[in-house]
Design a protein around this ligand. Structure first.
Ligand code: ADP
Length: 389
């Protein structure tokens, strides 16, 4: 016999029973938690998802005030929010929904999206709250942001890489010309240094040509620096703290800095700057990588990034290390391009950094650091904090 035959004839089970069961399944399945409270803010219903999200069981939560699920300042203000609504009917959240923070049983807080509805029932006024945990969403967004930041760095860095090889190629031509003019001039001078009179004029011409080519080489380098500093500069209001934390995370990734003692000490009152984020992070990246490379053979590896207000409208950033300090011959030409003590170095990092900092109206210089190594300092223009007069 058909198992359903009977049910056709009989009355279906009570609608209330059915909808209760249905409701429970729905509530257990939807990713959102449901909480029902009454006019006093007392929890009347607490779904299974809510129990998982907040760490209270259904029995523990029902009967308590909903405030237990909120961190301050909402926790202390909730009674007055509700009272205000009862008295004025003015809703700040009902029917609107918003993103806010919630509090788990263990006191930890997490971001949520909250949608509140209202129902007038025979038992009085009830409020329903649907809550979505945004922890994962925010984590995914943050990862995406990190990735984007990293990508723009990588593309900028690789653009610099290909630019540098194009530059090396372009420079090769004037440099070869300079070499042959110089060689020519030397042989025209003769071994005994007494050239024939007609040769003197040729030597003069060769030297004049050599200096034209040297100037050309200089222009090529200048063009590169201008491109890097002004190319597509986008100055915006940025928080120094963010620039420093992101750049240092990026710079220290994969450098095997297990024994590094790394500290960031920033002056909170000098945090808002008007800069091109990628460019200033490029400067920080160069300085941090140089510091880490310099300390490779040091017993003590200390890296500290500090900031402090400099005058009325600048902030000074310092990247200090405990490496061996600058080599004297490098110190004299530190910010000039193509000076490097590294086997695979290009000697462009500091010169690019100087161009960027100066294009922002700042200065960059190096001093011995208190940790026995080098401290690079640079200044940036501060922006007015909102609310400042
Ligand atoms: P690169 O890193 O390609 O050599 P840079 O312009 O960034 O180019 O640096 C130029 C040189 O300055 C380096 O080769 C190194 O000799 C010196 N230098 C930079 N930073 C430091 C530092 N923190 N400690 C010691 N020497 C440094």
């Amino acid at each position: 016999m058909c198992p359903f035959a009977d049910s056709h004839r009989k009355q279906p089970p009570g609608l209330a029973d059915q909808s209760d069961a249905l409701q429970r399944t729905i509530l257990a399945t939807v990713p959102d938690a449901l909480i029902v409270i009454d006019e006093d803010g007392t929890i009347r219903m607490f779904s299974e998802t809510a129990a998982r999200m907040f760490g209270y069981s259904d029995q523990e939560a029902v009967g308590q005030n909903v405030k237990i699920l909120m961190p301050n300042p909402d926790r202390d203000r909730h009674d007055s929010y509700m009272q205000h609504y009862m008295e004025t009917g003015e809703a700040h959240i009902i029917g609107i929904g918003r993103v806010t923070n919630a509090r788990r049983r263990d006191g930890s807080t997490f971001p949520i999206e909250l949608a509140i509805g209202e129902a007038l029932t025979e038992h009085g006024r009830l409020f329903t709250g649907f809550i979505r945990d945004l922890t994962e969403v925010q984590r995914a967004e943050r990862r995406l942001n990190d990735l984007q930041a990293e990508l723009s760095h990588i593309s900028r860095v690789s653009a610099m890489g290909s630019l540098a090889s194009a530059l090396a190629h372009e420079l090769n031509q004037p440099l070869t010309a300079i070499t042959s003019y110089a060689e020519g001039a030397r042989s025209l001078l003769g071994d005994d240094g007494t050239p024939a009179a007609d040769h003197i004029e040729m030597v003069r011409e060769a030297l004049a040509e050599a200096s034209v080519q040297a100037l050309r080489a200089g222009q090529i380098v200048r063009r590169l620096r201008e491109f890097i500093s002004r190319g597509d500069s986008e100055k915006r209001l940025e928080r120094l703290r963010r620039l420093v934390t992101e750049a240092s995370a990026l710079a220290l990734t994969g450098t095997g800095t297990g024994s590094l003692d790394f500290n960031i000490r920033l002056d909170q009152s000098a945090d808002l700057v008007l800069v091109d984020r990628i460019q200033i992070q490029q400067v920080l990246l160069n300085l941090i990588r140089n510091a880490v490379e310099a300390m490779q053979r040091s017993n003590r590896q200390i890296l500290e990034i500090r900031s402090r207000r400099s005058g009325r409208d600048m902030v000074e950033v310092l990247v200090a290390d405990s490496g061996p300090g600058l080599e004297p011959e490098i110190a004299a030409v530190l910010f000039q391009p193509f000076n490097t003590s590294k086997e695979k170095g290009m000697g462009l990092g500091l010169s690019i950094s100087r161009t960027i900092v100066e294009a922002h109206g700042g200065r960059i210089w190096a001093e011995p650091s208190e940790f026995g190594g080098t401290a690079f300092h640079f200044t940036l223009p501060l922006a007015e904090e909102p609310g400042d007069v």
